[in-house]
Unconditional design. Structure first.
Length: 396
């Protein structure tokens, strides 16, 4: 079944976009719940692969992007605030790499700390042309799962191979088991000499080989500072979506004069690997909605469990159960009080939960819940069995 992500987003009440702020989303409570659920999955897999999360400024002095070269190469897509009367100009970041470089360079680093893996849910802004904007798929303001690994040259192949394994694990957890790989080679306009580019492109090929992958190659598709490996996901309808990228960079470490203390107490220059697994979280949410519609996987449902009390007398019972479920990290919404039962059930159904359960006087007396599934009669289970089922279905 083909899904429209805009229609699904409206049914789930995720976000809206206003004419006075094109390219920026106003996220509603359910939309923020979905974003935070997605971040939780991303954060978990990054932490298991040794990444440390940071938070850096959205606005910095423009000289940071002058030094990186982004201002020269990317100026038309940046929002720059010119300083008055000779004061410093500021730039809203379009990417996070200069910021992470400053974190790495905030003190002397040792070879024993490498590879040094940083990641951030970086909010970025890019001045995309108005005619190119397309709700979640092409935005001016969005959040990236943005990572930078500072490594010794001999560690690069292993770092890329680990990134491939981490990405495959995350994609599978989110319901995507078909991935196509593509290495994008040196562009015409680039920094660095051909010898460095030869070395960098060879390392990406070696990492793919270590993971027994087949891959395509695209001439001229790399970033100005290095080649990149791209991952293209295939959804249940056979559509391809470009998602993760990792870029190998010998250029920016030299532009920022980065170094680390080697085993022999010599100063050496690290290599930077820039990568994202999903890229724009907003765009990936659009892909998820295209694949699943409102029936998102249990771990990502904005509201995982909806609990309905028949009368006011069941309210305490419902709220106590909700508290127990929330203690397990579940997203629960209660519908209690003296409103009509049919209206409460209808409101609960509009949340599209993984499970909807009702408690009346009989369920209260017997410590049970009536699980509502489709149009058939509710399935009655005791409270402990209900909690166990909820955990199994909502934790993936």
């Amino acid at each position: 079944m083909k899904h429209s992500y805009i229609e699904a987003a409206k049914k789930l009440d995720l976000f809206h976009i206003e004419d006075h702020s094109p390219g920026f989303a106003f996220w509603h409570p359910n939309g923020l719940r979905l974003i935070e659920a997605l971040k939780s999955v991303i954060r978990d897999v990054h932490e298991r692969y040794g990444y440390e999360e940071v938070k850096t400024p959205n606005i910095t002095g423009v000289e940071l992007f002058e030094q990186s070269g982004h201002l020269a190469k990317f100026r038309q897509n940046m929002f720059v605030m010119e300083g008055a009367d000779g004061e410093r100009a500021y730039a809203v970041r379009p990417m996070s790499c200069p910021n992470h470089i400053r974190v790495f360079d905030s003190r002397r680093r040792s070879y024993a700390e490498l590879p040094h893996k940083l990641f951030e849910f970086g909010d970025v802004v890019r001045n995309e042309p108005s005619g190119s904007l397309q709700a979640l798929f092409r935005m001016r303001g969005f959040c990236q799962d943005d990572s930078h690994v500072f490594a010794m040259e001999e560690q690069v192949v292993e770092v890329v191979a680990d990134y491939i394994a981490m990405s495959r694990e995350l994609y599978l957890a989110l319901g995507f088991d078909k991935v196509r790989y593509q290495i994008s080679l040196r562009p015409e306009q680039r920094f660095g000499d051909d010898a460095l580019w030869d070395k960098a492109e060879g390392m990406l090929r070696a990492a793919c080989g270590r993971n027994d992958l087949s891959w395509d190659e695209e001439e001229g598709g790399g970033a100005f500072y290095g080649p990149k490996l791209e991952m293209h996901l295939t959804d249940k309808l056979g559509r391809s979506w470009q998602m993760g990228t990792i870029q190998l960079d010998y250029v920016l470490p030299r532009r920022f004069n980065l170094d680390y203390l080697s085993r022999d107490n010599q100063l050496e220059v690290p290599v930077i690997l820039h990568h994202a697994v999903l890229g724009s979280l907003e765009r990936f949410i659009g892909v998820l909605l295209e694949q699943y519609g409102v029936d998102l996987p249990g771990p990502l449902r904005p509201i995982q469990v909806a609990l309905v009390g028949v009368r006011e007398s069941e309210s305490a019972y419902i709220r106590d159960l909700a508290t127990r479920l929330k203690a397990h990290g579940l997203r629960v919404k209660c519908f209690v009080g003296d409103a009509r039962l049919g209206d409460k059930v209808k409101a609960a159904e509009l949340e599209h939960p993984e499970l909807l359960a009702i408690a009346g006087g009989r369920e209260l007396e017997n410590g049970q819940l009536a699980i509502r599934e489709g149009r058939g009669a509710p399935r009655v289970v005791d409270r402990q069995a209900f909690i166990a089922e909820v955990l199994a279905r909502c934790n993936g």
